[in-house]
Design a protein around this ligand. Structure first.
Ligand code: GLC
Length: 713
């Protein structure tokens, strides 16, 4: 019997109470009432219940409830379960879909072994504001990159058959627009015109749905006046209508009843009605569905069809997971298995972005004494980053441990320099300076602890917290060469750091194997290859700052920075710039150095003119002109020069990692179809308009070989 028939048969036997029960997700292991509730069929899912507790609850549901419908166990497995990978923003910097797919596969194995059926990942919220703490959890500012990587993560979590006990159901979140929070303040209001929603914020979710995502999560934010958790336009019209999504939508934590605080529901009863009518199938943690749906049904205020549709979707995912046939599914994966740790090390290597290097890196093997400075060099917990519930500090290999192992204890001297990265004291700085004076090179580990990013952790400033800059200034004043390794959950304003350091390596929060990966890069075992998935501003005053911006009627002329004067500030030019800061980013989207140098040459388009529906091939030669084997990430950008609506000055449409030995060259090729040039016009139709286009093939969103072509009717 097929899945849909099994659902029909079950639905026909279910009481209204049992149907509503399936729509309820309970947090954590409860108490005796919970057990009674399970026996009554009053719960469909639990989150944050694992192992034996999960098995015990499953036994109650399967063997002691009237219909024996199995429970669905969910968990935030965001960037690893016990083996923690770099935070998603760091993984995004790899520009490597195969790598993030493998990371998700390993995370799924370890989580499923512990009884998890469902992860609340990937998070694919586009974020253009690094003040927003949750930029750490996503794939950055670009819809094309987020779509590619989000789909890869879904494939990694789910594989080709959800019945595989080594796979878990994915959940694309937070649907939709959450990352556009005004002021970068979490949970804040979002206003997103439909065209921008469809061209920037929705595409990564559509890619996840096309990749087979079993579930989505509705977001907290008020979207254009309607909370995302009560938004029939995004949930029913777009997701379940236009995209024909047949999985389940779970609300975010209490986001159903938060519609009361939004001012969009008078009480929990109205909130429950609004959420179900809009297309939410399961309520996470709050109990508005449980408390009111039956009476709303009985009063005829809620059609039974809507309840049945929600329950059908829930049962469909449980059946696709094989839970009716194997409710106690487990696998034999060993957490922290060597191959898992090696994958985490490779992911951390590829996620690091080399922002500056005057030649200090990689350290010569003959390097003498090394001073390792900074609390983040020796904190296995902080390097795991946000949303690492099942990771353990003691599993981590810290940078200090890895460098000591690689160089020998006798060559490494550690000085914390600060009590922690938020410390505002200077008590430990003299000892760090003393260690620097006795060293041949200083490795300073600076940045944010894990708790300064993630949910509810937005920052109004993006500088190094505490007195870390003072520490760096003191280290630099010794005259010893300093390489700074930045750990952070977001782009930081690193201009003062770059001014004082000989080299800057951005490691994000690199996960369990962050130490060995960073040591590999510092010592030249591998070359950095990461590229920025989000623009790095000079100052928070520039934010929001992103590469795929509109040109405006008075674009900044060239790259000449504005003239900063004393006082009074006098207008230097009438362009879209600032009086008091260079309008350009410190480092652009897509930027990253390696230990070699690369050139681009011989740009070739298969045609300069193509009709709607046709494709052209773009090719260019990438040459390693340096002295080290390294990986270049060639990027393809396009610009629609004239259209019925203003179009961005650049849009990423392709990327390729290419590893080359010194002197080696390779042709990179991209296919570009006219559909790839489409956007939503004023009538909200996705169109590609004939006209002239520019394209670039290059190393980041600023440079590259430029070409032109025309689309004709
Ligand atoms: C949180 C987050 C969401 C997470 C959920 C369950 O509030 O917004 O991303 O998956 O609750 O922990």
């Amino acid at each position: 019997m097929g899945i849909e028939e099994r659902i029909d048969q079950l639905l026909a036997r279910m009481t209204p109470a049992e149907k509503v029960g399936q729509m309820r997700q309970i947090a954590g292991s409860g108490d005796d009432d919970t057990e009674a509730l399970i026996r009554q069929g009053g719960a469909g899912s639990f989150l944050n219940v694992l192992g034996e507790q999960a098995a015990a609850y499953q036994r109650l549901a399967v063997e002691e409830s009237r219909l024996g419908i199995p429970l669905l166990f969910g968990r935030d497995v965001i960037h690893g379960f016990r083996t923690i990978f770099p935070i998603p923003l760091g993984q995004a910097a790899s520009f490597d879909p195969g790598l993030v797919r493998e990371a998700a596969r390993i995370a799924a194995r370890e989580a499923a072994a512990a009884g998890v059926h469902w992860t609340f990942a990937p998070m694919v919220d586009i974020a253009r504001d690094p003040r927003w703490g949750r930029i750490a959890e996503g794939c950055g500012e670009d819809p094309y990159l987020a779509a590619c990587l989000g789909a890869a993560m879904v494939q990694g979590f789910q594989g080709s058959d959800l019945r595989d006990p080594e796979r878990i159901a994915a959940c694309a979140k937070h649907y939709v627009g959450y990352g556009a929070a005004e002021g970068g303040r979490d949970y804040n209001t979002t206003y997103i015109p439909e065209g921008l929603l469809r061209d920037v914020y929705l595409p990564p979710f559509e890619a996840c749905v096309r990749a087979g995502a079993a579930t989505l999560m509705s977001a907290f934010n008020n979207l254009n006046g309607v909370p995302a958790t009560g938004n029939a336009f995004t949930l029913r019209k777009v997701l379940k209508g236009e995209w024909a999504f047949d999985g389940l939508v779970v609300s975010d934590w209490n986001s159903v009843i938060e519609m009361i605080a939004h001012g969009c529901a008078a009480d929990e009863r109205e909130a429950a009605l609004c959420a179900v009518a809009a297309g939410v199938d399961m309520e996470m943690t709050s109990a508005a569905f449980a408390g009111h749906l039956e009476s709303l049904l009985a009063e005829g205020r809620l059609p039974l069809e809507l309840i049945d549709e929600a329950v059908r979707r829930i049962l469909r995912i449980k059946l696709r997971l094989g839970l009716f046939d194997d409710p106690y599914r487990r696998n034999t994966a060993v957490p922290l298995a060597p191959e898992h740790l090696e994958a985490a090390r490779q992911a951390a290597r590829e996620s690091c972005v080399l922002l500056k290097n005057d030649g200090l890196l990689p350290l010569a093997s003959t390097v003498g004494r090394v001073a390792v400075v900074g609390p983040l060099a020796n904190d296995g917990g902080e390097q795991l980053g946000c949303w690492a519930f099942d990771g353990r500090a003691e599993d981590s290999v810290t940078p200090l441990a890895a460098l000591s192992a690689a160089l020998g204890e006798e060559r490494v001297r550690y000085a914390p320099g600060l009590d922690d990265c938020r410390s505002c004291g200077e008590r430990l700085i003299p000892a760090a300076v003393a260690a620097a004076r006795e060293a041949d090179v200083v490795l300073a580990f600076l940045g944010e602890d894990a708790g300064l990013s993630g949910e509810a952790h937005s920052r109004a400033f993006l500088d190094l917290p505490g007195t870390q800059q003072q520490l760096l200034d003191a280290l630099a004043a010794t005259g010893r060469p300093v390489a700074v390794v930045v750990m952070a959950g977001r782009p930081l304003t690193l201009e003062p750091v770059a001014e004082k350091a000989n080299a800057v390596l951005l490691a994000w929060h690199p996960g369990t194997m962050g130490g060995p990966a960073i040591a590999d890069l510092l010592l030249g075992v591998a070359s950095p290859s990461g590229r920025l998935p989000a623009t790095m501003p000079r100052t928070v005053g520039q934010v929001p700052l992103y590469y795929n911006r509109m040109n405006t009627g008075r674009p900044p002329r060239g790259d000449a920075p504005c003239v900063t004067t004393g006082t009074p500030l006098d207008p230097v030019r009438h362009y879209a710039t600032y009086l008091d800061v260079d309008h350009r980013p410190l480092f652009p989207f897509g930027y990253g150095l390696t230990y070699s140098t690369f050139t681009y040459s011989d740009l070739e388009l298969s045609t300069r003119e193509l009709k709607l529906g046709e494709a052209l091939t773009v090719a260019a030669t990438v040459t390693n002109t340096g002295r080290a084997r390294a990986t270049e990430v060639a990027q393809l950008y396009v610009r629609d020069l004239v259209a019925s609506l203003a179009r961005p000055v650049r849009e990423l449409k392709g990327f390729q990692r290419v590893e080359l030995a010194p002197g080696e060259a390779a042709r990179v090729r991209f296919a570009l179809h006219t559909d790839d040039l489409s956007f939503h016009n004023a009538e909200m139709r996705r169109v590609t308009e004939p006209g002239r286009f520019q394209l670039w093939v290059g190393p980041d969103a600023r440079g590259g070989l430029q070409g032109q072509f025309e689309v004709v009717e």
